[in-house]
Ligand binder design. Structure first.
Ligand code: GDP
Ligand code: MG
Length: 436
C-alpha cells in the first residue's frame, strides 16, 4: 500500500533535522507512483507532488513526530485541500427542492436515489417523492418502487408515458399537491455517453430547473470516470458529484481526479447496496483512504450510530455476572449486521482491507449460526448448560446442519464465555468491551 511504501521511503529521512531537497525527492517519487496506482491521473499526480515538495522543503522536523509522519501529514492535508477541504451540503431551501440524478447506466443512480430519499427522510426530516423517469427499462420503475417500499417513500411513475420531461413535470405537480418538499428525479442512463441520453437529461433540466443536479459515478471505473464526468459537466453543469461503490477495493483516486478536472464538489459517497450506507463526503477521510490509511472515522461513526447504548449496558451486566447466553449472542449478531456488511467494515481498518479481500465473511456465514440458535428452545438459549447429546442432535437437525457444526459453534461459544470470565477477574476488564 501507499502508506507502506511511504514508510520505507521515509526511513531514509530518519535522523535528518530538516526535510531537504535530496531526501524529499525519493519520497515524492513514491507518492506520485502510489497516486497513479490509486487511479489518480498522471498529470494531476505530478502537479500534486510538486506542490507537496514545495511545502515540505525546509519544514523543520520537530522531535515529537518523525519526518515520515510529517510528510504523511503534508500529503494528507494537501490531498484534502485539493478535494475541497470542507464537506458541502445539499441546497434544500426551495419547496419543493428538485434534485436531478444523472449518470451512466449501472453507475448506481437508482440505488443512490433510494439512499438519498432515505437520508433526507431520516436525517433531514424531509418528505421526499421519488420519480421514475427512466423510460427505457420497464424494470427500472419496479426497482425504484421496491426501494421506495423499503424506506417508506412514495414513488411517482407513468409506465405508459415515454416522455421523461412530461413525467418530471407531472411529478412536481403531484409533489406540490401532496406536500412533498423534495423531488428526486431518477433518470435513464446509457452504457456510454451518447447524444440521445444527454439531450434527454438536458431537456429535463431545462423543464424543471432543479436546485441540485447530482452526477453519479462508479468509483471502480477509474480513469474512464473522469472523461464521463467531463462530458456530463459540459452538458449539464451539475452541482455535485456522487461517488458510488466505494465499498469495493478501489482506493478512490478517481475522486481526486474528477474533483480536480471538473471543479465541482463531491457531495456523497455510497458504500454498499444497503439503503443506509450513504455517507456525506469528507475530503479528509478520502485523503486517508487514498493514502491507504483506511477510513477509521467512518467506521467508528457507523458503529456508534448503530450501537444501542441501553443494550450495551445490559450486555455488560450480563457479562459481568457470567450470564452471557445464546440470546445475547444472537442479539450481537444482529447488531453487527445493522452496521453494514462486515467485510465493508473490516475493509476500512488500515492493513486489514487487503487481508479480508478474498475471505468469505459474507452475512451468509452468519445465517448458519443463527439457524442453530433459532433451533434451540428458549430454555436452552438462556441456559447453554442444558444442551446435552440428544438435545444437540435435535438442534442440529432442526437447523438443517450437521452435529459437527453445532459442536464447533458450541465450542467457540464456550471459549468466548471463558474469555469473558477471565476478563471479569481483571479489575476494570469488562470495560474494554464497551464501544466508547
Ligand atoms: P443505475 O443503472 O445507474 O440506476 O444503477 P443501479 O442503481 O441500478 O445500480 C447498478 C448496480 O450497482 C446494482 O446491482 C446495484 O445494486 C449496484 N450498486 C449501486 N450502488 C452500489 C454501491 O455503492 N456499492 C455496491 N457494491 N454496489 C452498488
Ligand atoms: Mg436506474
Amino acid at each position: 500500500s501507499l502508506s507502506e511504501r511511504l514508510d520505507s521511503a521515509f526511513k531514509q529521512l530518519k535522523g535528518e533535522g530538516r526535510i531537504s531537497e535530496i531526501n524529499v525527492a525519493t519520497t515524492v517519487k513514491e507518492i506520485r507512483r502510489a497516486l497513479v496506482d490509486a487511479d489518480v491521473n498522471f498529470k494531476i499526480a505530478k502537479e500534486f507532488t510538486d506542490r507537496v515538495r514545495e511545502k515540505a522543503m525546509g519544514e523543520k522536523v520537530i522531535t515529537a513526530i518523525s519526518p515520515g509522519q510529517l510528510m504523511v501529514k503534508i500529503v494528507k492535508d494537501e490531498l484534502a485541500e485539493l478535494m475541497g477541504n470542507t464537506e458541502v451540503e445539499l441546497e434544500l431551501k426551495a419547496n419543493p427542492t428538485v434534485i436531478l440524478i444523472a449518470g451512466l447506466q449501472g453507475s448506481g443512480k437508482t440505488t443512490f436515489s433510494g439512499k438519498l430519499a432515505n437520508f433526507l427522510k431520516t436525517k433531514k426530516n424531509k418528505k421526499p417523492l421519488l420519480v421514475a423517469a427512466d423510460i427505457y427499462r420497464p424494470a427500472a420503475i419496479d426497482q425504484l418502487k421496491v426501494l421506495g417500499g423499503q424506506i417508506g417513500v412514495e414513488v411517482y411513475s407513468e409506465p405508459e408515458n415515454k416522455n421523461a420531461v412530461q413525467i418530471a413535470e407531472n411529478a412536481i405537480k403531484e409533489a406540490k399537491a401532496k406536500g412533498n418538499n423534495v423531488v428526486i428525479i431518477d433518470t435513464a442512463g446509457r452504457l456510454a455517453v451518447d447524444e440521445v441520453m444527454m439531450t434527454e437529461v438536458a431537456n429535463v433540466k431545462a423543464a424543471v430547473a432543479p436546485q441540485e443536479i447530482l452526477f453519479v459515478v462508479d468509483s471502480m471505473t477509474g480513469q474512464d470516470a473522469v472523461n464521463t464526468a467531463k462530458a456530463f459537466n459540459e452538458r449539464l453543469d451539475f452541482s455535485g458529484i456522487v461517488l458510488t461503490k466505494l465499498d469495493g477495493d478501489t482506493r478512490g483516486g478517481a475522486a481526486l481526479t474528477i474533483k480536480y478536472t471538473v471543479q465541482k464538489p463531491i457531495k456523497f459517497v455510497s458504500m454498499g447496496e444497503k439503503l443506509d450506507t450513504l455517507d456525506v463526503f469528507y475530503p479528509e477521510r478520502m485523503a486517508q483512504r487514498i493514502l491507504g490509511m483506511g477510513d477509521i472515522t467512518t467506521l467508528v461513526e457507523r458503529a456508534q450510530a448503530q450501537f444501542d447504548e441501553e443494550q450495551a449496558k445490559k450486555l455488560e451486566k450480563k457479562i459481568r455476572q457470567n450470564k452471557f447466553d445464546f440470546d445475547d449472542f444472537k442479539e450481537q449478531l444482529q447488531q453487527i449486521k445493522k452496521m453494514g456488511s462486515i467485510k465493508d467494515l473490516l475493509g476500512m481498518i488500515p492493513g486489514v482491507g487487503k487481508a479480508v479481500k478474498d475471505l468469505d465473511i459474507s452475512d451468509d456465514a452468519f445465517k448458519g449460526i443463527e439457524a442453530l440458535i433459532n433451533s434451540m428452545t428458549p430454555a436452552e438459549r438462556a441456559n447453554p448448560e442444558l444442551i446435552d447429546g440428544s438435545r444437540r442432535r435435535r438442534i442440529a437437525k432442526g437447523a438443517g446442519k450437521e452435529i459437527q457444526d453445532l459442536n464447533q459453534f458450541m465450542k467457540q461459544f464456550e471459549q468466548m464465555r471463558q474469555m469473558m470470565k477471565m476478563m471479569n477477574k481483571i479489575p476494570g476488564g469488562a470495560k474494554g468491551l464497551k464501544m466508547r
